[in-house]
Design a protein around this ligand. Structure first.
Ligand code: ATP
Ligand code: MG
Length: 199
């Protein structure tokens, strides 16, 4: 029937938000697992602006973080960089961003991908009770977090990956290798630009 046809025309898009400071293989692995297990057509990688109070040295400019995202995702045709928050500037709330994305991508169901740390933080998200009506939250486990929540989330079984941007920044400062923790192109970029170094 026409209704069935319409239903199949609804796109399924994942939203992978983060500061990506820098993007790492954990982000890529979970996005790919969610996309494959929930049959998503696309995953949008959405870099957030970093609030001004964050350490200057470690808060790499938005366009540079976005460039690293592009290097990381360029070999995956389902992954796309979405710069809507960077373009807007200032602080963005996911709720407002999602409303803007719904206009930009009509006839779409959105799957908001988060790690267990963010699952626990959901009660603090701006307008969470409204946001939860607009997207389906998809969660993956993360070391050190129970991910207990009263909100409805779909748990997807992805490998438990103990990689974080914080750990990567620390390793760079200590001149320890980050090879295999981030895509090689990202590692090269960080080295060429001497990002996250103390000196
Ligand atoms: P930082 O240490 O700077 O906070 P991060 O590694 O947590 O960086 P973010 O950009 O903050 O990376 O994370 C974006 C999203 O990806 C969040 O929802 C976070 O929970 C999730 N995420 C990041 N790394 C992992 C991981 N290793 N396993 C599961 N989820 C992750
Ligand atoms: Mg984080």
């Amino acid at each position: 029937t026409t209704r069935d046809l319409e239903a199949t025309n609804i796109k399924r898009i994942g939203i992978m938000g983060g500061t990506f400071n820098p993007i790492h293989n954990g982000h890529l692995i979970i996005a790919e697992q969610v996309a494959s297990q929930l049959a998503l057509d696309q995953v949008l990688f959405l870099p957030n602006n970093i609030p001004p109070h964050v350490d200057k040295k470690k808060a790499i400019e938005g366009n540079v973080r976005a460039e690293m995202v592009n290097l990381a995702i360029e070999d995956n045709s389902h992954f796309k960089l979405e710069t809507i928050e960077l373009a807007k500037g200032g602080v963005s709330y996911s709720y407002n961003t999602v409303l803007a994305l719904k206009k930009k991508y009509p006839a779409t169901s959105f799957y908001f991908i988060i790690g267990a740390d963010e699952v626990e933080y959901l009660p603090k998200w701006y307008q969470i009770d409204e946001l939860i009506k607009e997207v389906i939250f998809v969660a993956v486990r993360r070391h050190g977090y129970q991910g207990k929540t009263k909100y409805q989330v779909i748990w997807v079984d992805a490998p438990l990956i103990e990689i974080s941007s914080t750990d990567i920044r620390k390793r760079i400062e200590q001149h320890t290798s980050i090879k295999y923790l981030v895509p090689q192109k990202v590692a090269n970029f960080i080295e060429d630009r001497r990002l996250y170094q103390n000196d």
